[in-house]
Design a protein around this ligand. Structure first.
Ligand SMILES: [Zn+2]
Ligand SMILES: [Zn+2]
Length: 224
């Protein structure tokens, strides 16, 4: 008999529950900046919940309970400000290291050397990752939500003149010739945007992500 007390079906249910726990009922993806409605305890991505509160009579999408608008005022979360899109393989992950051909069977591949090479490749890939930022109303910069950032980067690398993204339920235009964004049909509410690599990111005052102040948990940059 298996020492485990839970049956395979129970284990499966637990696995499903833990996935559901992380999934947002608005975008059906793993939550980014999970935000809880205090009165009912239901949890969604910050920008999904903010979008719903604007467009859905301000009701919880699951139980139709009220959403306290206070949770959108100066929200603060502790996350990695340079996080990748959760639930997907890291965009910075390099191709696997090609195994060295060894002629003599007695000679073992130099594991240490391979590990060092892998580390180098990972650092190079991380340095190449580009981030998209938009100007804060008064000062500093915000990082776009990683999923929106990916849409913008794809449009940019396909050399489109501009792209439309949905932020908190509202359509926005990101204009690459002017490097600005504005609500669709409201070009007078324009804000600057910036495309930066990891090093430039660190040199700027980035306050957080999509309007959520971030108490960063990212490790300090390694010294050169
Ligand atoms: Zn969501
Ligand atoms: Zn609810």
């Amino acid at each position: 008999m298996n020492a485990s007390t839970s049956s395979p079906s129970q284990q499966l249910q637990q696995a499903i529950n833990s996935t559901i726990d992380k999934e947002c009922a608005v975008c059906y993806s793993e939550m980014i900046l999970p935000t809880t409605i205090p009165s009912c305890g239901h949890k969604f991505c910050f920008i999904c919940l903010k979008g719903v509160s604007v467009s859905n009579n301000g009701d919880c999408p699951i139980c139709r309970g009220p959403i306290d608008s206070q949770i959108f005022k100066k929200p603060l979360q502790a996350v990695d400000l340079k996080m990748d899109i959760p639930g997907t393989p890291s965009a910075a992950a390099p191709d696997p290291v090609v195994k060295q051909e060894v002629d003599d069977e007695d000679v073992k591949p130099d594991v240490k050397k391979l590990q060092e090479e892998l580390k180098k490749q990972q650092a190079a890939a991380a340095a190449q990752k580009m981030f998209w930022l938009y100007r804060g109303r008064h000062q500093g910069w915000w990082r776009f939500d990683p999923r929106i950032e990916k849409e913008i980067e794809e449009a940019f690398t396909h050399q489109m003149p501009m792209t439309e993204v949905t932020i908190c339920g509202n359509p926005y235009i990101v204009d690459f010739s002017q490097m600005c964004q504005y609500p669709k049909n409201q070009s007078n509410y324009s804000r600057n945007v910036k495309r930066v690599n990891s090093t430039d990111f660190d040199s700027l005052n980035v306050k957080g992500m999509s309007g959520v102040f971030v108490a960063t948990t990212s490790p300090p940059a390694a010294a050169n």
